[in-house]
Design a protein around this ligand. Sequence first.
Ligand SMILES: Cc1cc2nc3c(=O)[nH]c(=O)nc-3n(C[C@H](O)[C@H](O)[C@H](O)COP(=O)(O)O)c2cc1C
Length: 331
Amino acid sequence: MWSFGNIKVSGKVVLGPMAGVTTLAYRTFMKRFGVDLLYTEMVSDCGVIYDSRNTRKYLEIGKNEHPIGVQLFGGKTDNLVKAIHKLQMLGIPYDFLDINLGCPMPKVMRNGAGASWLTRPEDLEAMMRQVVNASDKPISAKIRLGSDDKNINVRDVVSRLERAGVSLIAIHTRTTKQIYQGFARHEEIRDLGLKMKVPLVISGDINSIDNAARALDITKATAVMVARGGLGRPRFVAQLHQYFKNGERLPEATLKEQLSYLRQFAKQLVNLKGEEIAMKELRGIGVHFLNGYAGMKPFKTQLIQITTFAEFDLLLKRIRYSMNNKALDNY
Ligand SMILES: Cc1cc2nc3c(=O)[nH]c(=O)nc-3n(C[C@H](O)[C@H](O)[C@H](O)COP(=O)(O)O)c2cc1C
């Protein structure tokens, strides 16, 4: 058990925000495997201020998702503050508010938002002070090492965030220039967690029990953030949960188990979004459930084309049939 602000967190597994992925359905599905802390997909300050229909969808929070943070991005202090007031007025039931200071996408950076703040540390500190003042919930921040290899300013930014009054900091140990490429570089912040006043969540290449344990050991972070490493791998969350609880290593999911997880996820999507949208989202995320299992290539091609749940179910039957035949071949 650890805490930040007034929030108590029961374990070390954090599900990182991923735009287009960590929807209500994805979060709800993953949570029950042992996620301890969640973030929504990011929403823009202006989207919140104008209360756009799309933004409202991103702000949907399920009753079993707590503790959960809404992630906000924006390049102007005034708008961020306005957005916070609006979120409070709307009564969105989030537990903490995360400010995105790490998004490398040009359309975000162009407006001075996301990782663009890392190039203006003084402005960043002043903005975060105002954000902390405006919010009646704890504020967290998600940052990167710095803009590029010549501008690694993570330690300075962490001190500034702490001075501004944030309650939790997540660090993705790539630079903005790296986007999502190359390896995460936890060594750059060796032992930083020991020196920090607020809990540290470590992000970047958390894709195996050993990598997660190593990331905690190197950085002395309090918790790990699962992002791409958990795509289509609910068992990975369960593995981390169990390992941190008592050192036990759960086996990887068998293909049969993966197909059952995939079907559960698809059902959850349909329940929350209706069949049409659900199948669209499944076409994007579903293939991750088949990654790493032999002979799945043709089925993945079919999965990215399905349009109805009945088609999807038929596809699962075909995969099961091919598995049984293989089992007979091997016999
Ligand atoms: C498709 C995708 C979308 C992402 N969206 C967000 C986002 O909205 N906000 C954010 O702070 N980070 C976002 N991230 C970054 C992740 O939360 C995480 O920090 C990063 O992927 C590094 O972890 P990994 O190497 O384990 O994937 C995104 C990453 C991916 C791959």
